[in-house]
Write a protein that binds this ligand. Sequence first.
Ligand SMILES: [Zn+2]
Length: 96
Amino acid sequence: MSPDGASRLSCAPNRAYGDGMMTGGTTIAGQIERLIMRLDGAAVCDGCVTDRLSLSVPAQANVVTRALGGTRGFERIRDTCTLCGNGRTVTRHRAK
Ligand SMILES: [Zn+2]
């Protein structure tokens, strides 16, 4: 792997998340949201979100990114993933 700009995201998530448990702001949804926002408009696919946050299954990222799409500047589009270069459905955050 050759992580580019996002390699600074060293917020190494511990694996102390539970299934849907709201435990003090370190929810998977919160982590995904912050990751995408930090990429500053760059588009990432669910697979890369999964990889970056060391989620156990891509479905976790998919549920969250689908929910984020269309809210608060997040959008789901068909584009090239910034991190893996694959053309697929990606999520990005556009700062106004
Ligand atoms: Zn990707």
